[in-house]
Design a binder for this molecule. Structure first.
Ligand SMILES: *Cc1c(COP(=O)(O)O)cnc(C)c1O
Length: 428
């Protein structure tokens, strides 16, 4: 396949947009080459500016769980747009989508809508700090919670108690309140509680991690975090921006039957428009402005187009009794197919999968945290990525991303993908 026009468009974009992209994950820094420019998309396919048809495994990084240009979502947006695109006043639709979300997700009474996953996590942390009157939070290395200051922290060393910022512009003052633990490592969490008695407001976690490839929690890990939080009156925040309305109607809370205190949403909840949300039981949510002391606001929050898209998406998921089973079956089929051809070609790999999130790591050892995720062979991944692109299969341009399976994929598409992997793996 030829990607000529994309290259030209990228050269123009680079002159006026830093790195040519409005979000760094879209650049091909991890794999080399220049990004593909999208022209349109429908169902399981993206069509690029060179008129190539690509089978899409990014799906806008998750939202397009029912396929691109999903008709009920498109219709809802068009209908709303005719009636005004923003009011800065409350609308009935906001209550409707809130009621639906609260009915689908366990352990929440109220939900507030924002404009991105970043905003949702940032606000959840402020709420947790206000509610507990404590400053520190624990996050896990390799988990992503958006780009707000508190979360752009990584370990200086495994043993360090205080995080060091991993972006200039994040102050030491902010970084000192973010404590780092290792995913699936309970002892690392216990040590932080030991060293910071009565200071930890919240643990925030991707309950199934998706930002270091797909990394599932070990059996009992989330339950153990729940117990630790209860013992220390610390809040447990599930960042379900990726997993919410994807793993199950009620997300990971439902899938593994663990209760979070605050849940963050994004991606699927907006049906492809910019939406995030955070939710909790009354006691916590009533701490928010205007009824509580914790301030949080947004000029375009609850925007009618965004709410219409999100409502149509949640309704479709809520009314479809087999959607999550279908997604799981399709992903399992892909998993088995890829496993078979990589094994036949003697490639060293590990595949992680939970529901419709799956990632291929080029390392034979188990991947259960950030360190083990980093052990994958990046050169092999680069060849794998570019090989698949040549075959018309588009996966995320980074070894640290999961593939997002959409219900629009047919078994023919999956077979096509498995064949492409077979071809590519001969030259890895
Ligand atoms: C994508 C993501 C975010 C950030 O959401 P944005 O809408 O990009 O701000 C936060 N947490 C997780 C787990 C995510 O996957």
């Amino acid at each position: 396949m030829i990607y000529q026009r994309s290259s030209q468009l990228f050269a123009e974009a680079e002159k006026v947009i830093p790195g040519g992209v409005n979000s760094p994950v879209r650049a091909f820094k991890g794999v080399g080459g220049t990004p593909i420019f999208a022209k349109s998309a429908k169902g399981a396919y993206v069509y690029d500016e060179d008129d190539n048809r690509l089978i899409d495994y990014i799906n806008s990084w998750g939202p397009m769980i029912l396929g691109h240009a999903f008709q009920p979502v498109v219709d809802a947006i068009i209908e709303k747009a005719q009636k005004g695109t923003s009011f800065g006043m409350p609308t009935e639709l906001e209550t409707k989508i809130a009621e639906l979300a609260v009915s689908m997700v366990p352990n929440i009474d109220k939900i507030r809508f924002v404009n991105s996953g970043t905003e949702a996590c940032m606000s959840a942390i402020r709420l947790a700090r206000g509610f507990t009157q404590r400053d520190k939070i624990i996050k896990f290395a390799g988990c992503y919670h958006g780009h707000s200051d508190s979360f752009l922290i990584q370990a200086g060393s495994g043993a360090s108690t205080f995080g060091t910022p991993n972006s200039p512009g994040v102050t030491q003052g902010t970084a000192k309140d973010t404590l780092l633990a290792n995913y699936n490592d309970l002892d690392s969490v216990k040590a932080l509680f030991e060293a910071n008695q009565n200071e930890i407001a919240a643990i925030i976690i991707e309950p199934v991690a998706g930002n270091m490839g797909c990394v599932p929690p070990n059996e009992g890990f989330l339950q153990a975090l729940r117990q630790i939080c209860d013992a220390h009156t610390t809040l447990l925040i599930f960042d379900e921006v990726m997993t919410g309305f994807r793993m199950a109607k009620g997300g990971v809370q439902e899938l593994y039957n663990v209760k979070a205190d605050i849940v963050c949403f994004g991606k699927v909840i907006g049906g492809g428009l910019p939406v995030g949300a955070f939710a909790a039981r009354n006691e916590i949510m009533n701490y928010l402005s205007p009824i509580g002391p914790v301030y949080q606001a947004g000029t375009l929050s609850g925007n009618p187009l965004a709410m219409a898209a999100g409502y149509a998406m949640l309704q479709a998921l809520n009314n479809d009794t087999t959607i999550f089973k279908r997604l799981e079956e399709k992903t399992a089929y892909l998993h088995q197919g890829i496993e078979k051809v990589l094994t036949a070609n003697k490639i060293l790999f590990t595949i992680n999968r939970v529901g419709s999130m799956i990632s291929v790591h080029f390392d034979a050892n188990p991947v259960y945290d950030f360190q083990t995720a980093k052990n994958g062979d990046n050169d092999t991944f680069k060849k794998f990525f570019h090989g698949l692109l040549q075959e018309g299969v588009y996966i995320a341009p980074s070894a640290y991303e999961t593939w997002f399976i959409t219900d629009a994929l047919t078994y023919e598409d999956l077979d096509f993908t498995i064949n492409a992997v077979a071809k590519v793996s001969k030259s890895l």
